[in-house]
Design a protein around this ligand. Structure first.
Ligand code: GCU
Length: 623
């Protein structure tokens, strides 16, 4: 009987599934199944599902074939857990509920369909050029992929927001998207432009204390909730990089955020107010200090439904940064972290760089218990494989898994993703080798781009390759690479110690003292916090210069090893008739190797002008 049921369900799935659109992702055939079909699949395999309201609303238990969940969405999460177990080859009992209530992707999608820092084609939401049904299918699949890892929210537009998103035309689309994603537990949010009422011609000011402005936002919230009763709320980038904000009217961030929070409060909406602000009130101060300077005095002055959203590091999603000290400074304000899933500064869609180790590093400094949620700047676009590089999907996957359970190891997540994505390879050697390749890849990227605490020596604008000599008088100095490495004949690095800008003073102990002292500062942050002499003796007894050369060399060698490892995998893909996928990754790794070599050559040649110490001979320089 079970077998017949199983066949029936499978047939149903095949008949109703979307046309084969070539979109590949970790869910395999489950990607085509609706929420009820996926549950039906497991029922047909003997599982029994029921809501148990004593469980947390998104939590579930699996005991043998009995599945219980706090809500329908929880049962869906449990169905996906079973899918994961099936792909990983071992069914087992489980009990889970998410660590964070809010697990939200931020799409930097513009209404014209382009994506700021997007490397996987155009937006899946706006101006896609797709026929209505294809558009719906794509969004539904996106929602399933999110639900499969527990992501429960999506901000649909760029933080550099267009006021137009709040017009009826666009709100109708937002409603349509919300309706598609609702069965998968993914709520919609919008990034808004702070000056929207004025920009749309409804008011003559955007002053948050103006009664006309307040009334406009209240009416707008009412209109939105009439369309989308479970609308999540607003994300705001204010007085940052040219965006309007409350300072334009002599008001504070709290004035601005609270005005919006009051408008959303009757409906349960939240305001995600970003702390990524610089060059505004504290212009001229060390950029990494400005968020704390700007917000510290406002601690405790925000409404309960305001969340301060801060990037994991104090600068801007670099391959490595120390954690952002704003997490040490705001004691009475709800906070969460913004990770960048899209690889703006880590090789974009060309480099294999698995970011979970970076996010785990953040959680080793900032307790997950102190955060209300996690946001991730999405890497999703309209490319057939969603994220550009076939391995970039792993970052979307890992973001969701860590937002659900930050105690998972990056290694376990990589292994799981590989098994789900490259099902056909079913080869232990492949999974183990590629798991370690993925695990090493972030450190490899740090080594060949900016080792030992170097940061932001990226080319202007596109942030892909190196430009250590970058300086443009017409740009704010905080955008110029030379501002960050400060190389001169004496040494290299940014002195943020108590003798320098004093940025170390924003950290809690023991980090403040640890980072302040050159001899105790972890080498991975050395040039972030100190200007260090070229001939300074490091822990291994060699000079800073030698170590710098060695790190760059090590980075390039690691890419070589990665490429060699991938070449060894070829036969597996050939046997599985999946040679195209192998070729694609092989070409990308070849590009990555060329880029790594370029980073090493350009940076060491540049720094060499100052250090005047010998460059490593070809093939040398590993410590
Ligand atoms: C980076 C990025 C911008 C983005 C900004 C932000 O600076 O390069 O494109 O708008 O971050 O997070 O607001």
């Amino acid at each position: 009987m079970k077998r017949i049921l199983f066949l029936l369900v499978t047939a149903l799935v095949v008949v109703t599934s979307s046309a084969d659109n070539g979109h590949s992702a970790w869910m395999g055939d489950f990607l085509d199944m609706t929420a009820s079909q996926v549950q039906g699949y497991w029922r047909a395999n003997g599982y029994d599902f029921a809501v148990d309201s004593s469980l947390p609303s998104e939590g579930y238990t699996v005991k043998g074939t009995s599945v219980r969940g706090g809500s329908d969405i929880a049962l869906l999460y449990a169905s996906y857990e079973l899918m994961r177990q099936k792909c990983c080859g071992k069914m087992h009992d489980a009990a889970a509920s998410p660590k964070f209530k809010y697990r939200i992707l931020n799409h930097w999608d513009n209404l014209d369909g382009s994506i700021e820092r997007g490397y996987a084609g155009k937006s899946i939401f706006w101006h896609t050029g797709l026929k209505r049904q294809q558009w719906r299918t794509r969004i539904e699949e996106y929602a399933r992929l999110n639900a499969s890892v527990g992501i429960n929210g999506a901000v649909l537009d760029n933080v550099n927001a267009s006021p137009k998103v709040l017009t009826t035309e666009y709100l109708d689309t937002v409603k349509a998207i919300a309706d598609i994603m609702r069965p998968y537990g993914v709520r919609v949010y919008l990034a808004i432009n702070f000056a929207s009422p004025m920009a749309l011609g409804a008011t003559s000011t955007a002053d948050p204390l103006d009664s006309g402005v307040k009334a406009w936002w209240k009416a707008k919230a009412k209109e939105i909730y009439a369309l989308i009763p479970d609308f999540g709320g607003f994300l705001v980038k204010a007085n940052s990089e040219g965006q309007p904000g409350p300072f334009d009217y002599g008001r504070t961030h709290a004035d601005g955020a609270n005005m919006l929070a009051d408008a959303l409060h009757p409906y349960g909406g939240i305001v995600m107010w970003r702390s990524f602000v610089y060059g505004s009130r504290h212009k001229g101060e060390d950029r990494v200090m400005q968020a704390v300077s700007e917000f510290k005095d406002l601690d405790g002055k925000f409404r309960d439904n305001v969340i301060l959203q801060s990037k994991n590091g104090p600068l801007d999603f670099q391959p490595r940064e120390p954690y952002a000290p704003i997490f040490d400074n705001m004691k009475k304000t709800a906070q969460w972290v913004e990770f960048q899933v899209t690889q703006e500064y880590t090789g974009q869609s060309k480099h294999l760089v698995y970011l979970a180790p970076m996010w785990k590093e953040f959680f080793s400094f900032v307790s997950a218990d102190s955060l209300r949620g996690v946001a991730g700047v999405s890497n999703v676009g309209n490319d057939a494989n969603w994220c550009g590089h076939p391995f970039s999907q792993a970052n979307w996957y890992a973001f969701g898994r860590l937002a659900w359970d930050p105690s998972l190891t990056s290694k376990a997540i990589a292994h799981e993703w590989l098994k789900m994505t490259f099902e056909e390879s079913s080869n232990r050697y492949f999974y183990d080798s590629m798991t370690s390749v993925m695990e090493r890849s972030r450190e490899m990227c740090v080594d060949y781009m900016m080792p030992l605490g170097l940061h932001h020596i990226f080319k202007f604008d596109h942030h892909y390759g190196p430009e250590p000599d970058g300086f443009k008088a017409e740009y704010p100095i905080e955008w110029c690479p030379v501002y960050y490495h400060k190389a001169d004949s004496l040494g290299v690095g940014f002195d943020r110690s108590s003798k320098g800008t004093g940025a170390v003073g924003q950290y809690r102990e023991p980090y403040r003292s640890l980072y302040d002292n050159l001899s105790t500062c972890p080498e991975q942050y050395l040039l972030w916090f100190h200007h260090v002499a070229w001939n300074y003796r490091m822990k291994n007894g060699k000079t800073l210069w030698d170590n710098l050369c060695a790190r760059y060399t090590r980075g390039v060698k690691a890419v070589e090893t990665t490429l060699m490892t991938w070449k060894l995998m070829r036969s597996i893909f050939v046997d599985d008739c999946d040679e195209d996928r192998w070729n694609e990754v092989d070409s990308l790794l070849t590009i990555q190797l060329g880029n790594a070599q370029e980073w090493k050559d350009v940076c060491l040649d540049y720094f060499h002008q100052f250090s005047r110490m010998p460059l490593p001979a070809e093939g040398e320089g590993t410590v």
